[in-house]
Design a protein around this ligand. Structure first.
Ligand code: RIB
Length: 302
């Protein structure tokens, strides 16, 4: 059977991860415990999550012409991701995320660098790649106009769109109507709902597209007017960075395989659960065999 295609348009970062017992207050210096340079970026994370599961995954994005960019390109290719559309940009720095982890919680500052060279024109150059995809997966770490262009092209070619609205920012009504599924957390969901005036019908339409991720409290979505709750799996948490991206990669994989929403969310929950058991956004992202083994053990344990 043909392996259906997932295309991710989005950010690629090098994560600069510091672990510390305590986060300093303003003006204070503390001694941290460890420092790691780990591949990240919401777009790259989603792509790695999908590719590790065995999805035919293409990433459209940009890196800088620096060491981080070269390392990340090699890394992405080593994960089985199609990378010909990841462009190194001359005189630009690769996106970075400065991440501080303390007691399992994280603070993140992103400096987009080359990610902001993923322009609408650059996206439009790859219309054929989007057109030949089955699912387009997006987040909001590239310019919003580029997200809009990618969604416009996907809709033109009948491609399903999943948008993780993170980091949250105002979205146009037009964009919100075109997206097939949103995967906000509770706060992002609230911002989406409050960003425009909606008729009852429009509001219901929007709610029906939202798969709300609530961390350790699981997932909620609405189906046929009924609220469906899917609990998360309890695991030993090392680092929650990238859990949402893992969920999105897992969801795209499962929906692309034709798996129904409830089972697809359970599957994506398992992908996210396994991802938080290791330090770094991508380090814990599982293979399909690992997810299947995990789900089997959990089902037997019930
Ligand atoms: O979602 C986690 C990601 O957000 C990190 O990998 C970091 O790069 C930031 O983009």
């Amino acid at each position: 059977m043909e392996n259906k295609k997932i295309t991710v348009v989005g950010s690629i970062n090098m994560d600069l991860v510091t672990s510390t017992k305590r986060v300093p207050v303003l003006g204070e210096t503390v001694l941290g415990e460890s420092f790691h340079t780990i591949p990240g970026g919401k777009g790259a994370n989603q792509a790695v999550a999908a590719a590790r599961l065995g999805a035919d995954t293409t990433l459209i994005g940009c890196v800088g012409d620096d060491t981080f960019g070269k390392d990340l390109l090699k890394h992405l290719a080593s994960q089985g991701i199609r990378t010909p559309y990841v462009k190194p940009i001359t005189y630009s720095t690769t996106g970075i995320a400065s991440i501080t982890i303390s007691n399992g919680e994280n603070h993140i500052i992103v400096v987009p660098g080359a990610n902001f060279q993923v322009t609408p024109e650059y996206v439009a150059e790859h219309e054929d790649v989007i057109a030949s995809s089955d699912i387009l997966l997006l987040q909001l770490e590239i310019p919003i106009e580029s997200v809009e262009k990618a969604v416009e092209l996907a809709k033109k070619h009948g491609v399903k769109v999943i948008l993780n609205p993170a980091p949250i920012q105002p979205l146009s009504k037009d964009l919100m109507k075109k997206v097939d599924y949103f995967t906000p957390n509770e706060y992002e969901q609230q911002v989406l709902l409050e960003s425009h005036e909606w008729t009852n019908e429009e509001r219901e339409e929007l709610l029906a597209k939202c798969i709300i991720t609530k961390g350790s409290k699981g997932i909620t979505f609405t189906s046929g007017g009924k609220v469906i709750e899917i609990p998360s799996y309890k695991v030993e948490v090392v680092d929650t960075t990238g859990a949402g991206d893992s969920f999105n990669g897992g969801l795209a994989y499962a929906l692309n395989k034709g798996i129904a929403m409830v089972e697809a969310c359970k599957f994506a929950n398992a992908v996210a659960a396994l991802s938080v058991t290791k330090l770094g956004a991508q380090s814990g992202m599982p293979t399909l065999a690992e997810v299947e083994e995990f789900l089997q053990t959990r089902d037997e344990a019930k």
